[in-house]
Design a protein around this ligand. Structure first.
Ligand code: IPM
Ligand code: MN
Length: 353
């Protein structure tokens, strides 16, 4: 039997609760498809930081890197200053493991309410590929004369040709594999960012012209993209964009697909160790009450199996989520309003595998 070693990082707040349900559903799908997942638990997160002062050491990273994949609940603790855990754990892992793709599907499932008027599942089904290793997130830049009237601060949107190209190639491949509208939309702001935007535009065109003539090339400025995502989301098939623009438009994407309760993401190194997470955060006020929605974590588990190559088990999870929502038993995606508890949503989806 095929088996994989998975590092579980429940993290803070409701992270461990939603992760449990993700594991429950993955195990059901794997049992059905002849796959075995072996788990190791890690307690990285806010509580551990408050006790030890440590976020993630190099030896912790080396240990995590020995696994086939990492499943993350959420990072963020009300008693820890914002930034410490995000930078010290989440961003550190993305960079250390070179998880250069941040894959964020925006898909409206049946019976899920979207704030977009007159839009249904037939209109909202696209994927955002957010470049996850470069741009402003590299921290390049600096400050001088801090605290004076003449203070200077810069933060550079730094990209190299290879970093852009590996991301764009991944995006073309995925567009081909999805086999839907066969359109890859580059989102940038090359009317203002004439250097870095121009690099992205040229790479998108050159790679497409050379190796992906079956895929239609499209381009939107990022500001216009936020408008189209709301007005005509059915335009989109696959979007590829740089790191910060991707961060921003995927929060909009999460709302368009019905909220953080269903928004999953993958931090992917196609030839290394990837990490999957519900993107909603730790929601500390709901901790331990069995009221948080685990569907985003369940979907993230499905993405993990897909990336590991277990496509049948992954498809089974997507179908079970679809069926659970179609059944009408889950009343809302919001915490406390689901008409059932966190564990019961996990049980329902697992029973439909
Ligand atoms: C996300 C988050 C992170 C990001 C934060 C927590 C550092 O917003 O995963 O989208 O900006 O990438
Ligand atoms: Mn974000």
């Amino acid at each position: 039997m095929k088996s994989y070693n998975i590092a579980l990082m429940g993290g803070d707040g409701t992270g461990p609760e939603v992760l449990n349900e993700g594991v429950k559903v993955m195990d059901a799908a794997c049992a059905k498809h002849g796959v075995k997942l072996n788990y190791t638990n890690y307690d990285f997160g806010g509580e551990r930081y408050l006790k030890t002062g440590e976020t993630l050491t190099q030896s912790n990273i080396d240990e995590l890197a020995k696994h086939d994949s990492i499943f993350l609940g959420a990072i963020g603790h009300p008693e820890v200053k914002p930034g410490i855990l995000e930078v010290g754990i989440l961003l550190k892992l993305r960079f250390a493991l070179d998880q250069y793709i941040n894959l964020r599907p925006v898909k409206l499932y049946p019976n899920v309410e979207t704030p977009l008027k007159d839009k249904g599942p037939e209109h909202i089904d696209f994927v955002v590929i957010r470049e996850n290793s470069g741009g402003i997130y590299t921290g390049m830049g600096g400050a001088t004369m801090v605290g004076t009237q003449n203070e200077v601060a810069t933060q550079v949107m730094c990209y190299t040709r290879p970093i852009v190209e590996r991301c764009v190639r991944y995006a073309y491949e995925l567009t081909r594999k999805r086999n839907k509208k066969k359109t890859l939309t580059l989102v940038h702001k090359n009317n203002v960012l004439t250097h870095v935007g121009d690099l992205w535009v040229r790479v998108h065109k050159e790679v497409g012209d050379a190796d992906y003539t079956d895929i239609k090339q499209d381009y939107n400025h990022v500001d216009a993209c936020t408008m189209w995502m709301v007005k005509s989301p059915e335009f989109y098939d696959v979007i590829v964009t740089e790191n910060l623009f991707g961060d921003i438009i995927t929060d909009l994407g999460a709302m368009v697909q019905g909220g953080m309760g269903i928004a999953a993401g993958g931090n992917i190194n196609p030839s290394g160790v990837s990490m999957f997470e519900p993107i909603g955060g730790s929601a500390p006020k709901y901790t331990g009450q069995n009221i948080i929605n685990p569907l985003a974590a369940i979907c993230a588990g499905g993405m993990m199996l897909d990336t590991l190559g277990e496509t049948a088990a992954a498809a089974a999870i997507d179908k079970a989520v679809n069926d659970a929502l179609s059944s009408g038993k889950i009343k809302s995606l919001s915490a406390g309003r689901m008409g059932m508890g966190t564990k019961e949503v996990g049980d329902l989806v697992a029973s439909l595998i």
